[in-house]
Design a protein around this ligand. Structure first.
Ligand SMILES: [Zn+2]
Length: 254
């Protein structure tokens, strides 16, 4: 009887040991080479329990990070978000952060940025402001994210039906919103060649201005941040734009 109990405990120990090895292997894969699911091959990603390390961040290229964002968005659209042990991730991230990318998104509540790219704690720097433009503070934040903390990509993401874009088109005057909209107005001015009704009621025009706003923001980043421009010119980072479709959750890279 005693021997049977001993054998039983030994068997359980072996199962637990191999289970924990498997977890470690899967977590290692996520940071570097884990194959992401695609629309034609949807598999349940493993539970993520660890954050990116400095070495793993260092090994990434800007193109790998962009692909990781695209693959994450496919999982988001397919309602196939990765399971994450947030308590474990919080503890793991406390000693340092080595995120892959800086995302500049709109304030809009319908765009949960980490979820949109299926990323978790320690994966992304996220800056949000209505109309996803840059100012001195956000440029400084981007420089911190890339030059100091090693992120490989800056992604500027506009979106469908953006209220800030509509307000800029309508020349809204209200409190601090008036000054804020001056940052978006250049995109409206750059969009005057649009053929059709140039009002906020015209969804096609709002989309046109939103995409021009992303382009203008990227140009402003390169113009006003010599640090980021140099990193981009050297291929150390990529600065890219995207557009988010509210109805489908699709991120289209511009
Ligand atoms: Zn918006």
């Amino acid at each position: 009887m005693k021997k049977q109990i001993h054998n039983y405990i030994a068997a359980i120990t072996v199962i637990i040991y191999f289970g924990s090895c498997q977890n470690r292997i899967e977590n290692k894969m996520d940071a570097t080479t884990k194959p992401d699911s695609t629309e034609t091959n949807v598999v349940q990603p493993p539970l993520i329990e660890k954050v990116l390390t400095a070495a793993e961040q260092q090994a990434l290229t800007p193109d790998m990070v962009i692909q990781s964002l695209k693959d994450g968005n496919v999982r988001f659209k397919n309602n196939n978000l990765t399971s994450r042990d947030h308590s474990s991730l919080v503890r793991s991230a406390a000693s340092g952060q080595f995120p892959k990318a800086v995302i500049l998104s709109c304030l809009d509540s319908r765009i949960p940025v980490e979820d949109v790219f299926d990323k978790g704690i320690g994966d992304l720097f996220v800056a949000r402001v209505a109309g996803n433009f840059v100012n001195e503070d956000i440029l400084g934040s981007m420089e911190f994210g890339c030059k100091v903390s090693g992120a490989k990509v800056i992604l500027v993401m506009g979106h469908e039906s953006c209220g800030a874009i509509k307000a800029a088109i309508d020349d809204v005057q209200l409190g601090n919103i008036t000054a804020m909209l001056t940052k978006i107005k250049p995109a409206v001015i750059n969009s005057q060649s649009f053929e059709g009704s140039k009002t906020s009621k015209n969804d096609a025009f709002v989309e046109y201005v939103a995409k021009n706003n992303v382009i203008h923001t990227i140009e402003t980043i390169k113009l006003k941040s010599p640090i980021l421009k140099e990193m981009s010119d050297k291929g150390e980072i990529k600065i890219v734009g995207a557009y988010y479709d509210l109805k489908t959750g699709q991120v289209t890279f511009l």
